[in-house]
Ligand binder design. Structure first.
Ligand code: MN
Length: 237
């Protein structure tokens, strides 16, 4: 028997959406705290532990997934685990994390810099940001997931970094941090109102650095409601 997206629970109820919004609000508060916390000389592991401690202290009942915190050349690993690497001046730091509220997951990523950036770091950051905003702008009910991925991907490809965009643009979120629909270059799904989806393009240059920016948004008939409100301008700590 054919099942609809409503029956499959891809389309969330207002109460479920509120849980996701609470999880995102905790993520925003956590990120804000981390901006004052991170210092050169700390390890990635220390930063990841503080993210998790902060989310739990804000009332998260758990974590959507094991927190990602990578720095320096390790930011070229899209889903690297935090290590004992020490954070140094000039490093990018990518943090990807989420709180769980009443069973529903948050998911956000920000990349910040320590002390200073090179022209290339600034350029790549701004390309990823432009791609992320293009992805967001393309979303509304009735749009195909393929076209959202393409909107983001085209910016990166046209800037000459297409080979370094090694994953899809986003995914659905619910009680699992990765749910349908899948927003990538092979996707044939259509977005519907009240699906929560991430928009998370990235550029990853092996042995150099990487950048990812991720928001979690609710699809509506007119566009999105972005549940993540943290700044996406390049932040240099
Ligand atoms: Mn994600």
């Amino acid at each position: 028997m054919e099942t609809t997206n409503q029956q499959n629970n891809l389309i969330k109820t207002p109460e479920q959406i509120l849980n996701i919004m609470k999880a995102s609000a905790m993520g925003d508060m956590c990120f804000s705290h981390m901006l004052g916390y991170i210092k050169t000389g700390m390890t990635e592991m220390q930063v990841a532990n503080e993210i998790e401690r902060t989310l739990l202290s804000l009332g998260a009942e758990g974590l959507s997934f094991t927190t990602i915190c990578v720095s320096g050349d390790r930011t070229a690993f899209p889903h690297g685990e935090p290590s004992e690497k020490i954070i140094e001046e000039g490093d990018f730091i990518t943090m990807d994390f989420g709180a769980v509220v009443n069973g529903y997951c948050g998911d956000m990523t920000r990349t910040v810099a320590m002390g200073k950036v090179t022209n290339e770091q600034r350029k790549v950051y701004n390309i990823v940001l432009a791609a992320q905003l293009a992805g967001i702008d393309s979303i509304k009910a009735g749009v195909s997931c393929f076209d959202v991925d393409k909107a983001a991907r085209d910016i990166i490809v046209e800037a000459g970094y297409g080979e370094y965009y090694v994953h899809g643009t986003g995914h659905g979120v619910g009680t699992q941090v990765h749910e349908a629909p899948t927003l990538n270059s092979k996707s044939d799904e259509i977005l519907e109102e009240f699906m929560p989806v991430t928009i998370e393009p990235g550029i990853y240059m092996p042995e150099k650095f990487g950048v990812r920016i991720e928001d979690l948004a609710i699809v509506t008939k007119f566009g999105i409601i972005n549940t993540v409100n943290s700044s996406k301008d390049l932040i240099i700590l």
